[in-house]
Design a protein around this ligand. Structure first.
Ligand SMILES: Cc1cc2nc3c(=O)[nH]c(=O)nc-3n(C[C@H](O)[C@H](O)[C@H](O)COP(=O)(O)OP(=O)(O)OC[C@H]3O[C@@H](n4cnc5c(N)ncnc54)[C@H](O)[C@@H]3O)c2cc1C
Length: 1005
């Protein structure tokens, strides 16, 4: 199939449409009332005999994640075990234990939590008297509380992992099976998604060892379904398991997974591919299909291959049809696990961030349940090729499945997670159908003669690796809507708990991504590049787009251009602000509609990668809509208080003709932002784009003219900064200059403006920075590395906000540095028109030569962390580079390219922030820590404009993260922020003595 062939429908469809079809599909298939009747006694019994205190249900009851204690426990569980140094472990524990409201008294939440931590650890290990009883953090001493908390978290983790090694886990499984013979297991070898090739290799070995051990115990004679199996994550087996790395994934990952399949098939073991994020589904299917084809060819007798399917996805039903079709085509039988889905919050966030038209998952919990039931029906109906495995802890869902399965007569199994749902499953295992499920008692019993097979998903690994898994489970099941949570909450009545999901909610429960900013400002529409058909549209645009030549302006023409600008400005400034704003909004809509062509132009003229190009068009659209709205608000006259007999009004007015000088690195967004701000406030504009990217700027100007901005109110003057730019700045009649670029050029402009006689002209300058990221030892290395790679190397490091200096705590530095090295090696440097490219060429020969000079210097002065590359001036490609420096102050120059410096720090993190402040720039700062109070204190101490905690530090969004720095990084105000437009305006007050003509009527009346 071609790269842009799409297997499934769009994930972004109206929820109601999809759910209506699911409800139709379920008509007549299910009697919910009867299912609820079956489930009621299970729920009552579970509530009468609650599970042990450490089960997920009990944990959520005692420490709901909506409470301070629950949140603290979750945060500690996520981070504490990985912190190597005592000092930081104490700071983290103190921070989290003091999250809640504990004003002093011995009965405070802090005290309770300290007690709880200790009590919890004691309850796990009865008779372990190592920890002293009672008292506050202070009274017990920090080390004791931290020790107790560590112990509590470790023991907590132990309840959700079956064993630290596969041997240990299988031993536990055997013991459980002696008590409950219908149990089967699917082992999950824990770990984060691989970021580097060695990570992927390590996980592959874990899976191999796992399959070998499971296989050694498997019965070769019995059906594969009856044996234990393994669950694997494709993201663990390849460092770039991403849609845009498709070719590489197919080439490298498929053989790797096939080697596991082959082992599993030979050992008569089942192997399930776990379901991951929505943006990986099409790729997973492609990988799955390649493997299925091979199973069909080489091991057709093996019926143990399968995958997990998430019903919370709007495409779930079509996915099942597609998977069944694959099985039929290759004449194989599959095992398919139906889950609801574990990444709901992350999917919602991604759709909002990308400005997608709809959510790829349902927004009502009961819609996910409807979809689950519809998918269950589809799986049961595909019994010729699929053995369904229903994974859920929801008693209502289980009862409904049993009913549908009994009608259908297909073999199936149920699944639960280790450490969860034991109470419900205890009751389910005692259940024998007797007519109360809506079917006559004469119906055959469930396959297997009564005891429905139940498979336990059993994580295996060291506790440190378990925690990310545990936190996901806490989040997923701690949500108010979750069955497990509601089961534990006695205030939720039986009727509510088992209410029928079979109805349609007419509206999504959340605003759709386009409505994220409310009715007043539409969010810019984005494109999900992981959807093949959308990539095809962009490819088409690329094929049709050429970069036009733009005529150079003659510096001698500048005075005439200013004449026209002033004349046009007279009229434009009198146009009501609402009309000017409307013109901007029209331009925004036109840009949005023209996104594929504008992206193609950005790729061709600006050498931007596709993802960056889409983000840039969206930013430009956001600028237009945001400034339109702001201008309508700000430019209203304000009545001021004063003495009677007088009216006072403050008005903002246009200043005149503005010169807008923008850079090549955001040739559309920054250009449009500057121009839109000046225009909407009633000024006229002389725009000088970067010499390297005039065609993109010309396109923006064309769209603004078409939207109603008079031609002379917005003039494009393309040419070198030294001539055209300098002539514009020097022109005596201009009212202001807005500039984005280097600090050095900003200074030249400032001096040129100061040297002129006449009015003092305002300058808004946004300049670069030596942007740092501070990482402490509580940070999650994988998250840090993702943020570092994106911030330092995306856009070839050619962003003002890019990360230049990574400051990492010495206790975790070796590991983080190794992971940065590994992840950087996986990046693809090349032609930006290719989907797989992460790092395109640098913009021009001058930039390339500059970078080479800097890199030669760094080779001498610092420790290179990545192999030196051969630089070819013809392609201007600079693969990612990283150097270790001895101290923060060794970094003195802003290097505008994919070059990262790394320094280790120890001691007080504030001292490192002070050192960063002393560099003198103040644009962006990243902080990676799980100590919330530390993040807050460091942000307050930093003399830096944009601070990002626990994420990347690029891609500021208009109106969300207004952008701009201080010190050598710029004058402010921030672009895309509420204070920007006022700088383009003059202010006028009008005071009228209303008492002048015949006395103060208002007072007398
Ligand atoms: C054996 C097993 C294997 C699993 N493997 C995977 C896997 O490979 N991949 C994976 O993603 N998950 C997997 N899961 C996790 C599974 O998705 C969760 O356990 C499941 O979400 C809980 O479902 P439930 O029926 O037990 O609970 P319920 O409480 O009935 O359902 C919770 C579900 O509803 C969703 N939800 C919550 N609020 C809303 C809302 N407002 N709108 C729409 N939906 C909402 C949640 O995201 C969740 O999916 C597995 C689970 C089990 C038991």
């Amino acid at each position: 199939m071609p790269a842009t062939a799409q297997r499934l429908p769009s994930p972004y469809r109206p929820e109601t449409e999809v759910v209506s079809r699911r409800l139709q599909f379920l008509q007549g298939a299910l009697d919910w009332a009867a299912a609820a009747q079956v489930a009621s006694p299970w729920v009552r019994a579970v509530r009468r005999h609650p599970p042990p205190f450490w089960a997920m249900e009990s944990l959520l009851k005692e420490y709901p994640i909506s409470s301070a204690e629950g949140l603290a426990l979750m945060r500690l569980a996520e981070a504490l075990l990985r912190v190597p140094d005592a000092e930081t472990a104490i700071a983290l524990t103190a921070d989290q234990l003091s999250r809640a409201d504990f004003e002093g008294s011995a009965d405070s939440a802090l005290a309770r939590l300290s007690h709880s931590a200790i009590a919890l650890s004691k309850r796990f290990l009865p008779g372990d008297g190592a920890q002293p009883e009672g008292g506050l953090f202070a009274r017990l001493g920090a080390r004791t509380v931290v020790g107790a908390t560590l112990r509590a978290v470790q023991l907590l983790g132990r309840q959700f992992v079956l064993g630290q090694t596969i041997g240990e886990a299988m031993h536990e499984a055997a013991a459980a099976r002696r008590r409950q013979p219908n149990l089967r297991f699917s082992y999950d070898m824990l770990g984060e998604g691989a970021r580097t090739a060695p990570d992927a290799e390590r996980y592959l070995q874990h899976y191999r060892q796992g399959i070998a051990a499971i296989g050694a115990n498997a019965d070769p004679a019995q059906p594969v379904q009856a044996n234990d199996g393994i669950s694997i994550k494709l993201s663990a087996l390849h460092p770039r398991y991403e849609a845009l790395q498709r070719e590489r994934v197919l080439e490298e990952l498929v053989p790797r997974v096939w080697s596991l399949c082959r082992m599993a098939a030979d050992a008569n073991v089942n192997l399930t591919i776990d379901a991951e994020e929505v943006d990986r589904l099409e790729l997973s299917l492609e990988v799955f299909e390649a493997l299925a084809e091979r199973v069909g060819r080489e091991t057709p007798q093996w019926q143990g291959f399968g995958l997990a399917l998430q019903s919370y996805q709007t495409r779930a039903l079509e996915l099942i049809a597609h998977v069944a079709e694959i099985a039929r085509r290759h004449r194989i039988r599959l095992m398919c696990r139906l889950v609801k889905g574990a990444y709901w919050d992350a999917e919602i966030k991604r759709a909002q961030e990308l400005g997608l038209p709809h959510y790829p998952v349902f927004t009502h919990k009961h819609h996910t349940d409807v979809s689950y039931l519809a998918c269950a029906r589809a799986l049961l109906e595909a019994k010729d090729v699929i053995y369904p495995q229903f994974a859920t802890h929801n008693a209502g869902t289980i009862a409904a499945i049993l009913q549908m399965a009994r009608r259908n007569g297909a073999p199936f199994e149920l699944q639960r997670l280790h450490g969860m749902g034991e109470g419900v499953y205890r009751e389910v295992s005692r259940y024998s159908p007797s007519g109360q499920d809506g079917l006559p008692p004469t119906q055959p019993p469930p396959p297997g003669g009564g005891a429905i097979p139940v498979r336990v998903y059993a994580p295996v690994g060291v506790h440190r690796d378990l925690l990310a898994y545990l936190v996901r489970r806490l989040l997923e099941n701690g949500a108010n809507s979750s069955f497990v949570h509601q089961l534990a909450d006695e205030s939720v009545g039986l009727d509510e708990l088992l209410e029928s999901p079979l109805h349609l909610a007419p509206e999504p429960s959340l605003p759709l991504p386009p409505d994220l900013y409310g009715a007043e400002r539409r969010n810019s529409a984005g494109v999900d590049l992981t959807v093949p058909s959308l990539r095809a549209t962009l490819e088409e645009a690329l094929a049709q787009t050429t970069v036009p030549a733009i005529a150079l302006a003659d510096p001698a023409q500048v005075p005439a251009a200013v004449d026209r600008s002033l004349a046009a400005g007279e009229g434009w400034s009198r146009v009501p602000v609402a009309e000017r704003a409307a013109a901007l909004r029209r331009a925004a809509d036109a840009m949005e509609a023209d996104l594929p062509r504008l992206c193609a132009l950005l790729v061709k003229e600006g050498f931007k990668a596709w993802g960056d190009s889409v983000a840039e068009v969206r930013e430009a659209v956001d600028f237009l809509r945001y400034y339109a709205l702001q201008a309508e608000r700000l430019l209203q006259p304000v009545t001021l208080p004063g003495p009677t007999g007088e009216s006072n009004e403050l008005r903002l007015t246009a200043r005149g003709a503005w010169v807008c000088i923008s850079p090549w690195n955001f040739p559309l967004a920054i250009f449009t932002g500057q121009v839109a701000a000046a225009l909407v406030t009633g000024n006229s504009v002389l725009a000088k784009p970067a010499e390297q990217t005039p065609a993109v700027a010309a396109e923006a100007v064309r769209l603004l003219h078409a939207a109603g901005v008079p031609r002379d109110a917005l003039q494009l003057l393309h040419g070198p900064g030294e001539t055209v730019g300098a002539a514009l700045v020097a022109e005596p009649r201009i009212a202001g200059v807005v500039f984005t670029g280097s600090t050095q050029v900003a200074k030249v402009i400032q001096r040129a403006l100061a040297a002129k006689d006449g009015p003092i002209v305002p300058l808004i300058a946004e300049t670069g920075g030596i942007n740092a990221m501070l990482v402490d030892s509580t940070a999650l290395p994988e998250q840090v590395v993702d943020a570092v790679v994106q911030s330092a190397f995306r856009s070839a490091g050619q962003r003002c906000s890019a990360l230049r200096l990574l400051c990492v705590h010495e206790a975790i530095a070796d590991g983080v540095i190794a992971m940065v090295q590994g992840a950087a090696r996986e990046l693809v440097t090349g032609d930006p028109a290719e989907w797989r490219t992460d790092v395109g060429p640098v913009i021009d020969d001058e930039a390339f030569a500059n970078l080479q000079r800097h890199l030669q210097r760094l080779q001498r002065e610092a420790k290179p962390l990545l192999p030196p590359s051969e630089f070819d001036p013809r392609t201007r490609m600079v693969p990612p580079q990283a150097f270790e420096v001895t101290a923060v102050d060794q970094v003195k120059h802003e290097i505008f390219g994919p070059v990262l410096h790394i320094a280790r720090w120890r001691g007080d993190p504030q001292a490192t922030i002070h050192a960063i402040n002393r560099i003198g720039y103040g644009l962006t700062l990243g902080i990676q820590t799980r100590i919330d109070s530390r993040a807050e204190a460091l942000a307050r101490e930093a003399r830096i404009g944009n601070v990002y905690v626990n994420r990347n530090m690029i891609g500021a969004v208009v109106g969300v993260q207004p952008f701009g720095g201080e010190g050598m990084s710029g004058t402010g105000p921030k672009a895309g922020g509420p204070h920007y437009l006022t700088r383009f305006c003059a202010e006028q007050t009008v005071t009228v003595n209303t008492a002048a003509a015949g006395g103060n009527v208002a007072l007398l009346a």
